[in-house]
Structure formats: structure tokens, C-alpha cells
Design a protein around this ligand. Structure first.
Ligand SMILES: Cc1ncc(COP(=O)(O)O)c(C=O)c1O
Length: 344
């Protein structure tokens, strides 16, 4: 069965009988402001997509790495990796994953027959890792916002090298952080892979682009597996321009910081601290933790009744809000205040 994530507004709109156009959809961690779509020459639509060296060069520059593979979203790698790794390393059977985090990782490793071990706030004990194991770190994590610094990641990378294992770093949301907080630059052997997602920071999730940052052998493996037409030509044109546009990227970072700070302050004003424990996250989403675990589920429903769609955690105990623009922040605040009143 397919896992549920944010998005899928159509289903929610039907359920609550509110027309799609009337919703404030904050159910994903996709930036609310996006890179402008450039003019796309007709031949790009007409021809089959080709290997695009200028896009690859732009991506290497943006991600500060020497090798990468472009994919139809990082999800394509998440899904395929466990099966591929099983074949590469027959003795590998254990995977360590965050208990809370993008569930597609656990799903994919489970489907490949791995033993799943979940860690909570701290990474698994480094000395307890088994030979040939895999450690998945979502950095920063979605939805908790937890971030492990590069020095800690290096220690796990070294240990996994000793153990002939694999470190998988999912950096789908790292773009809003300073560039040196990404691990891409450190990828230099077959024991570490970094996944990057284009759609979130650039606000263009619909074009489905992601990257695998890996050593040459891993890149060759995935290029062969994914085949020639992974990413369509128009998407490649947009991504190339966006990845080169450092001026826009800087502005986007500032915009997201301003918007997320304003939204966090607003949420702290409207949710009484008798109700909430903390707000966590990053500049692409804010996750509200509650004192009583059933508050999240009730508030989710009360917000949906007002056409405000956020993400209720799979554990049903936190709410994750995507970042909204200044013009809709007040609508969010009013809806949250009303929902809090109805709750009490
Ligand atoms: C942590 C994380 N990783 C990866 C993905 C997949 O993103 P994409 O396939 O668009 O790159 C998501 C999607 O929401 C995510 O939350």
C-alpha cells in the first residue's frame, strides 16, 4: 500500500467538502515561493531529453561535489537503493533509521528484507553497529528538524567504512542551512551516499528532480539502473538555470528565514503554552509538539474544517506546517486561534 505524505489535497478537500481552491495547503515542506519558470525553447519539448553536461556542471557547483547522478526526484534512489545494496553486499542485513522521519526509507529497506532498527533522538551507539550495516540519517530530519553536524557524521562514515557498511544521508531540506552544513563535499568512497532534493528549496516539487551524490562506482550503478530518460527536458532547463542563479538562491534563503521566523512567532502567540511543548523544524517547515498527544489529531481536524491543511504526523501526535507567505499568515493564525478555542 502507498504511504501517505502531505500533498494529496484533492482527497482531503473531498473528505471535508471544501473546494480545492479554498484551501490553505501547508501539508508539505515545499517552499511557498518558487524559482520563476524561464522560457523553454520549443525544441526542448520536441526532443528526447539528453545527457546535459551543463546541467551536471551546474549541479556539481551548487552541491559542491565531484560526482552525481540526476534523478526523477530523490525518491527514485530511496526506492531502488536497498535492492541494489543487497546485491552489492550480500552479508548486509541490518539498517538503522530514525524512528520519526520520511517513512519511504523504512518502507524500502523493509521490502528488501532488511532488519529495521529505529533510533530516537540520538544516533545509534557507534560501537554497537553491526558488520555491513546501513545507517540512514535524514539531515535535517523531517519532521523533527533534528540536525547532526558534519563532525558527527564523519565519525559514522569512518565507522561504516571499517564495518564495510553504508551511510545514507538524506539532505532533502539542507538547502536552507549554510552550505558547509551539507556532507556532499565529504563523499569520497563507496561507504557514503547523499541524496538531494531539488523541489523543496526551489519550490518546484512538480518538476520531479533530485540528485544522488556518490563516488564514481555508485554513480555508474545508478546511471545503468535508471536508464536514459529519467528527467524530462523542460525540467532540466529549469533546474539548470535555478542551480546557477546564486543571487536568487541567497534571496530565497533570506525569504524563507523571514517567513519561517514570522510564522513561528505567530504560532507561539496563538497556541497557548499550556497546550504546546515546543516548535521544531527548519526554514521549510515547522513542527508543533503538544503536551497531550491527542491534541494534534483534534486540532488537525478543526483546522481542516476551516480549509487549513497541515500534516498530522503518522504517530498522530504532532502537526507539521509548511511555510506560508505573509499574505496568508493571518488566515493561518485566525484558524489556529479558533481551533484552540474549540478544543478547550
Ligand atoms: C526527507 C525526504 N527525503 C526525500 C523526499 C523525496 O523528495 P523528492 O523525491 O521530491 O526529491 C522527501 C519528500 O517529501 C522527504 O521528505
Amino acid at each position: 500500500m502507498a504511504l501517505m505524505h502531505g500533498g494529496q489535497l484533492q482527497q482531503v478537500a473531498e473528505h471535508y467538502k471544501i473546494p480545492m481552491a479554498d484551501w490553505l495547503d501547508l501539508s508539505t515542506g515545499i517552499a511557498p515561493t518558487c524559482y520563476s519558470i524561464p522560457n523553454i525553447p520549443l525544441n526542448v519539448w520536441q526532443q528526447l531529453p539528453q545527457q546535459n553536461p551543463t546541467l551536471i556542471a551546474a549541479a556539481k557547483q551548487y552541491y559542491q561535489c565531484s560526482q552525481l547522478v540526476i534523478t526523477n526526484g530523490s525518491q527514485a534512489i530511496i526506492k531502488a537503493l536497498p535492492g541494489v545494496y543487497r546485491q552489492k553486499n550480500a552479508s548486509s542485513e541490518d539498517v538503522y533509521l530514525p524512528e520519526r522521519g520520511y517513512k519511504e526509507h523504512a518502507h524500502a529497506w523493509k521490502m528488501a528484507g532488511y532488519n529495521l532498527h529505529f533510533y530516537r533522538n540520538a544516533l545509534p551507539e557507534i560501537t554497537a553497529l553491526s558488520a555491513g550495516c546501513v545507517v540512514v540519517i535524514i539531515n535535517p530530519n523531517n519532521p523533527t528538524g533534528q540536525y547532526f553536524n558534519v563532525n558527527i557524521i564523519k565519525q559514522y562514515h569512518q565507522q561504516l567504512k571499517q564495518l564495510n557498511g553504508l551511510l545514507v544521508l538524506d539532505e532533502a531540506f539542507v538547502d536552507v542551512m549554510p552550505a558547509e552544513q551539507s556532507y556532499c563535499q565529504q563523499v569520497n568512497d563507496s561507504h557514503c551516499l547523499v541524496l538531494r532534493s531539488f523541489g523543496k528549496f526551489f519550490g518546484l516539487a512538480g518538476i520531479r528532480i533530485g540528485f544522488l551524490v556518490a563516488n564514481n562506482a555508485w554513480c555508474k550503478t545508478f546511471e545503468a539502473l535508471l536508464g536514459p530518460w529519467q528527467v524530462n527536458g523542460p525540467a532540466q532547463t529549469v533546474a539548470e538555470q535555478a542551480l546557477c542563479d546564486t543571487h536568487w538562491q541567497e534571496k530565497q534563503k533570506q525569504t524563507l528565514k523571514q517567513l519561517s521566523t514570522a510564522q513561528e512567532n505567530k504560532l507561539l502567540q496563538v497556541f497557548p503554552n499550556t497546550l504546546i511543548l515546543a516548535i521544531k523544524g527548519c526554514d521549510l517547515f515547522l513542527t508543533v509538539e503538544f503536551r497531550q498527544s491527542d491534541s494534534a489529531k483534534k486540532l488537525y481536524h478543526l483546522l481542516c474544517q476551516q480549509g487549513v491543511y497541515c500534516r498530522l504526523a503518522d504517530e498522530q501526535d504532532t502537526l507539521r506546517f509548511g511555510i506560508t507567505t505573509a499574505d496568508t499568515l493571518e488566515r493561518l493564525a485566525i484558524a489556529c486561534a479558533k481551533a484552540c478555542k474549540q478544543l478547550s
